[in-house]
Design a protein around this ligand. Structure first.
Ligand SMILES: O=C(O)CCC(=O)C(=O)O
Ligand SMILES: [Fe+2]
Length: 277
């Protein structure tokens, strides 16, 4: 097959591959995609009209599939979660900065998101580099953060009295009775590259271990403000058949909710990860 071409999407995060058909990748080409995700945090490929079976087969090359507890499954394919917003819904899924699954003891490695239906404009997804955000901090703050761990949970998001239950996405989501809690280092080492990464996020991180929420909030807010700077971000604009493969350890993402009155449907398969240290 022809060789894969890679074009960075920004200085710190994101790369787009072209000249590639994800259904016929040989092992060498697949290895270059795996390296690209490790190096750039998110890999974007256009025009991949994968069937659900091909989407699942491609995902299995990355690792074990992690079946999402909260999102509705695509009929007939429990491995595929639907991330959807209808014409008449106001709330979207993932509309604030977050990394998926940090509330799990062994967080998912990442996801393979395939666009099925996209609005005429809008509906982009932003990604941020948490390695670059960490690198930008002072040595003094880095040293302090290396000694901290943080507590994460999804209960305030997905439970029966959580954030989504109060919105028009509530009826579509499952897992209201799930209870989650995990503790991770605030600075993790990327399992493949060894790079230091800031591993807290505005959606699921509750507080630093041994600190109250009130004590944690100002420092967390400072770190979030650092990581949310435009210079650490890239933006993905989807069309049906676009696919993104992202690494939850090294990136955050945020789905823009700027297409009211239009449908957007994404198929997501999540890949299991490994313990973080
Ligand atoms: O719909 C998107 O662009 C991303 C939604 C999201 O946060 C996710 O699938 O994890
Ligand atoms: Fe997400």
């Amino acid at each position: 097959m022809t060789s894969v071409q890679m074009r960075p999407l920004s200085e710190h995060v994101g790369v787009e591959a072209s000249g590639v058909d994800l259904t016929t990748l040989d092992d060498a080409a697949f290895g270059s995609l795996r390296d690209a995700v490790a190096a750039h945090g998110v890999l974007f490929v256009r025009d991949q009209a994968l069937t659900p079976e091909q989407h699942i087969a491609f995902a299995r090359r990355w690792g074990t599939i992690d079946v999402n507890k909260y999102f509705p499954a695509n009929g007939g394919h429990p491995e595929i979660a639907e991330v959807r917003k209808a014409e008449n819904q106001q709330t979207n899924i993932g509309g604030g900065w977050h990394t998926d699954h940090s509330y799990d003891a062994v967080p998912a490695m990442g996801s393979i998101l395939l666009a099925r239906e996209t609005p005429p404009s809008g509906g982009d997804t932003l990604f941020a580099s948490l390695g670059a955000a960490f690198d930008s901090l002072s040595e003094g703050l880095k040293t302090m953060l290396r000694g901290l761990r943080a507590v994460h949970s999804a209960d305030h998001i997905y439970s029966a009295d959580g954030i989504y239950a109060k919105t028009d996405q509530g009826a579509d989501l499952k897992g209201h009775d799930e209870r989650t809690r995990a503790i991770h280092p605030v600075v993790i080492h990327h399992p493949r590259t060894g790079r230091e990464i800031l591993y807290v996020n505005p959606a699921f991180t509750l507080h630093f271990e041994g600190w109250t929420r009130e004590e944690s909030a100002p420092l967390l807010a400072y770190l979030y403000q650092v990581a949310m700077q435009d210079r650490f971000q890239c933006r993905i604009s989807w069309a049906p058949g676009s696919i993104a493969i992202w690494d939850n350890r090294s990136t955050w993402h945020c789905a823009m909710n700027d297409y009211h009155g239009h449908r957007r449907l994404m198929h997501r398969i999540t890949i299991s990860g490994e313990p973080l240290d």
